[in-house]
Design a protein around this ligand. Structure first.
Ligand SMILES: Cc1cc2nc3c(=O)[nH]c(=O)nc-3n(C[C@H](O)[C@H](O)[C@H](O)COP(=O)(O)OP(=O)(O)OC[C@H]3O[C@@H](n4cnc5c(N)ncnc54)[C@H](O)[C@@H]3O)c2cc1C
Length: 420
């Protein structure tokens, strides 16, 4: 069996794992990131890079290059609930460099971070490598067992960070218990071609019994059709014609284009969950991102919260990792720092789930109305509050880690792909 010895082993190359790996390598910490897939090409993980994340990219001095990647800018968010059209937040008043949400495929974001991270000698990204178990020694986590394409691998590390998402293998192996906060919906995810004269913004439309969110990806719409939890089989039994009719009933301009959905294979079911660990750590291991707190897609804030967790974790852990002085108190500091923003954000998501999504999905045929707390957002000053919460979140993080290592200018792109 191959063995690697490193300072920090991160399981999961999503927004949390890639950002943490990058920041630690930049601060001079040796880090191995394990990602089970061969690439970052997955449709279903959201595309929203919020002002809080753009601010981080700016603080890292990478914003100009980052914004050269294809993206569209969203300067406010509106919701159509039955006949009520409400702008629920805008971003122009925010005290940040980018007063917009950049809509960018998540694989572009992750490839960008991977490319910059690989310029640091301490960064080792291992694609097609799945963390399968923890190495336990004297009651503490001493590393990770993994399955790579060329065989089994053992990674010994001073600290393991579980960034392996909502179905985290490592948090399960560590015996950490999550509190299920409940989600009333699942999402059916599909693409429809986009025409030049289609609207440009993100569209969120709630009708009796149905809800559709459409993300503009330039030449196509990434559509999220929201259904009551556990009803995917029922929707499928209703047949594709009924499904297509339901979608055009909400967004008539899609009309004949829905013929593109000619098979259920073109529709992916994504189950939504909202949960939170009571304890995010045990000796030798900590969870961050969705592995610590699965987020609802509401507000599209999950990626950004995962990035904020990574920034906070790097701020707290980089120096102790360099000096070999990480203790249980150090890990507790990370949980303390990030638990409050997580709790507030999840509470807001649950308020929206219970007051907009659940009633809308339950009232089949009846046109829903916007609840009062949404209608009062017609006052521009009040609209600033959700705008700020959505864009910056609670307790925004800033980069405090130092760049202790010089990046190598000629990229050594995907070096670990050739290792495995
Ligand atoms: C339907 C839906 C839509 C969403 N839309 C948005 C949105 O528009 N905007 C937004 O901000 N958030 C959105 N979210 C939430 C967002 O996807 C998550 O909160 C965010 O991706 C969490 O980042 P993460 O890095 O913690 O985990 P993930 O993004 O889940 O990344 C985990 C990574 O670990 C890898 N992995 C898993 N297990 C292992 C293993 N054992 N070994 C090695 N690698 C492993 C996975 O392949 C993955 O790359 C959405 C969620 C859902 C369900």
């Amino acid at each position: 069996m191959n063995q690697i010895i490193t300072t920090c082993c991160i399981a999961g190359g999503g927004p949390a794992g890639m950002m943490l790996g990058f920041l630690l390598a930049r601060a001079g910490v040796s880090v191995v990131v394990l990602e089970k897939h061969a690439d970052f090409l997955r449709d279903f993980r959201g595309d929203t890079v919020h002002p809080s994340t753009l601010e981080i990219v700016h603080e890292l001095g990478l914003l100009e290059e980052f914004l050269k990647l294809p993206h569209s800018k969203v300067r406010g968010v509106s919701l159509q609930i039955g006949d009520d059209h409400v702008t629920i937040g805008h971003f122009e008043h925010l005290p940040v460099y980018c007063k917009f949400v950049a809509l960018m495929p998540q694989w572009d974001f992750l490839n960008f971070i991977a490319d910059r991270a690989e310029r640091y000698p301490g960064f080792d990204l291992r694609m097609r490598t799945e963390a399968t178990d923890l190495i336990l020694e004297d009651g503490r986590v001493a590393g990770v067992r993994a399955k790579a394409s060329n065989g089994d691998l053992e990674i010994r590390a001073d600290l393991v960070v579980a960034c392996d998402g909502r179905h985290s293998t490592l948090r399960h192996r560590a015996g950490l218990k999550a509190e299920d906060l409940g989600a009333p919906m699942d999402v059916m995810w599909f693409r429809i071609s986009r025409k030049e004269n289609d609207p440009a913004e993100v569209i969120g439309h709630v009708e009796g019994g149905r809800m559709l969110v459409m993300l503009n990806r330039n030449d196509y719409w990434q559509c999220a059709y929201v259904i009551p939890k556990g009803t995917a089989d029922e929707v499928k039994q209703g047949g594709l014609d009924k499904f297509r009719n339901n979608v055009t009933g909400i967004s008539p301009f899609l009309g004949d284009r829905l013929e593109e959905i000619d098979s259920w294979d073109k529709i992916k079911l994504l189950t939504v969950m909202v949960d939170r660990l009571r304890h995010w750590y045990r000796p030798g291991l900590i969870c961050i991102g969705d592995a610590a707190h699965a987020m609802s897609p509401i507000g599209g804030v999950g990626i950004n919260l995962a990035v904020q967790d990574a920034v906070a974790a790097a701020n707290i852990l980089a120096e102790p990792l360099r000096r070999g002085t990480v203790t249980i108190e150090t890990l507790n500091k990370v949980q303390k720092r990030r638990e409050f923003p997580t709790r507030v954000t999840q509470s807001l998501q649950i308020i929206l789930q219970n007051n907009i999504i659940s009633p809308a999905l339950a009232h089949k045929g009846k046109r829903p109305r916007a609840p009062l707390f949404i209608k009062i957002l017609r006052w521009p000053l009040l609209r600033r509050i959700p705008g700020r919460l959505l864009a910056l979140g609670v307790r925004p993080e800033h980069i405090h880690t130092r760049a202790n290592v010089m990046p190598q200018i000629s990229g050594i792109r995907r070096k670990s792909l050739t290792h495995v």
